[in-house]
Design a protein around this ligand. Structure first.
Ligand code: NZQ
Ligand code: ZN
Length: 403
């Protein structure tokens, strides 16, 4: 097990009454005015927003609001939020929604105290030094942003989507009521579960070998997701399934599943290759849902790199799918590794996820544009399990079209 630092300062309030605790928790921390950030209309339709406001009112916490944040949130939304926050004198952020809304709120929270343009943080021109408190009401388990140290924002003007990380942006509190996810459409449920599995796999396949405790946590989280997702898809109001998915999503990305798998105690585990490849897709077309993009790109990445350490894939397959190699030979290990990738992709497809990039209406001619974006955001060579250059990334995108 490699050295690690694990820091997850968020207080998680989980269960049926979680939302009604919002006002009390903020007031106990002497927070006086919250900027509520939400998306299209789901939080209005479901009544979650009204419940949040009622709880704030009952506890004397004032609020301002900013709705309409789109999936794959855009830089101009963040800029507008920063202006609103400054004008309204809010002292904390209260995103109500999924990863997009939370990330928009995070960028407002660390951008508000900075004199320059908030994109500077994503462009490497500025370092995050402070962040307003963030309290999250999670309605979509997927991105894990309710416990993560990262924030991902799109910049349509330059067709870019970039992430930035700092411990100071980890939310102070997250309110998580699985009942708020009963209204999720199947596609969002499936995309969310895919994203969680990807967060675990990015760390598991970090190129650092095994870490017994973390590997056990990682594979049992994935087994739980594989068992729970079909139940939630058949019965969207299955509380136990929704609860399992919601909590697994947090543990998939608060770094618990990476302890001992990073190359140093100062860095996050994994090379995040599939995420880098996916972010270019949703950068050029914001209508592409992050998890759905991963469902295509991650198996393609796995097929391309598997030979670098097929034993690691076989170990994963044994724990997650019960795949036992026929014998101890190299061929048998390789066969088990390959079956593991097939089974994982089949699971994504069984939930209604796409198999090929063609299903997003993309043509192979887009690959050069994707590669240009990738080089700008990740440099000429990226990845930890196996270093990838431009031609490697091209080959992976090609597999993702042929899948
Ligand atoms: O906008 P509304 O009307 O609220 O609808 C949303 C949105 O259309 C809907 N939704 C949310 N909760 C719902 C609901 N519909 C019905 N019932 C509910 N309870 O779901 C749609 C998608 O929401 P979004 O927030 O975009 O999804 P997700 O949580 O998957 O977030 C995706 C974003 O997070 C980033 C992704 O790149 C993407 O931009 N990520 C953030 C990470 C982080 N900060 O740590 C890590 C991830 O790897 C990821 O990159
Ligand atoms: Zn993700």
């Amino acid at each position: 097990m490699n050295d690690f630092t694990f820091y997850s300062p968020t207080k998680f309030i989980f269960g049926r009454e979680a939302i009604d605790a919002v006002g009390g928790e903020l007031s106990r921390r002497s927070l006086r005015k919250a900027l509520i950030v939400y998306g299209g209309a789901s939080a209005v339709r479901s009544g979650v927003l009204a419940r949040v406001k009622a709880s704030l009112d009952a506890n004397g916490v004032a609020h301002e609001e900013m709705g309409g944040v789109r999936p794959n949130p855009e830089l101009n939304e963040v800029r507008a939020g920063i202006a609103l926050l400054r004008a309204s004198g809010c002292d904390c952020l209260l995103p109500v929604g999924g990863g997009s809304v939370i990330d928009c709120a995070k960028a407002i929270a660390f951008g508000a105290g900075y004199d320059g343009d908030v994109w500077d943080f994503f462009d490497g021109k500025a370092k995050i030094t402070g962040c307003l408190p963030i309290a999250v009401v999670l309605t979509l388990p997927a991105a894990g942003s309710e416990g993560s140290a990262s924030c991902v924002i799109s910049n349509d003007a330059i067709s870019a989507k970039r992430g930035v990380g700092a411990d100071s942006m980890r939310p102070t509190i997250a309110f998580m009521d699985p009942e708020t996810t009963f209204t999720l459409p199947p596609y969002q449920t499936a995309s969310g579960v895919t994203d969680m599995i990807a967060h675990i796999c990015e760390r598991y396949f970090s190129g650092q070998g095994a870490a017994a405790v973390t590997d056990a946590i990682a594979t049992s989280l994935i087994r739980t997701l594989i068992a729970s997702a079909p139940k939630a898809l058949v019965d969207p109001k299955d509380y136990e399934a929704r609860a399992a998915i919601m909590w697994a999503g947090t543990l998939a990305h608060n770094d618990l599943a990476g302890c001992g798998l990073a190359s140093s105690a100062k860095t996050r585990a994994g090379g995040w290759e599939s995420h880098a490849l996916e972010h270019e897709l949703s950068a050029i077309d914001p209508k592409i849902t992050h998890g759905a993009g991963l469902a295509v790109v991650m198996p393609a990445w796995m097929r391309y790199v598997v030979d670098a350490d097929s034993a690691r894939f076989a170990a994963f397959g044994r724990e997650v799918f019960g795949i036992v190699p026929a014998d101890a030979s190299q061929e048998a290990i390789k066969a088990a590794a390959s079956e593991t990738i097939d089974r994982l992709q089949a699971f994504f497809v069984s939930m209604g996820m796409p198999r090929s990039l063609k299903e997003f209406g993309l043509e192979e001619s887009v690959i050069d544009r994707l590669l240009d974006g990738l080089e700008k955001s990740k440099g000429r060579v990226f990845g930890a399990f196996k270093p990838l250059g431009r031609e490697d990334a091209r080959a992976i995108y090609e597999i993702a079209f042929k899948n």
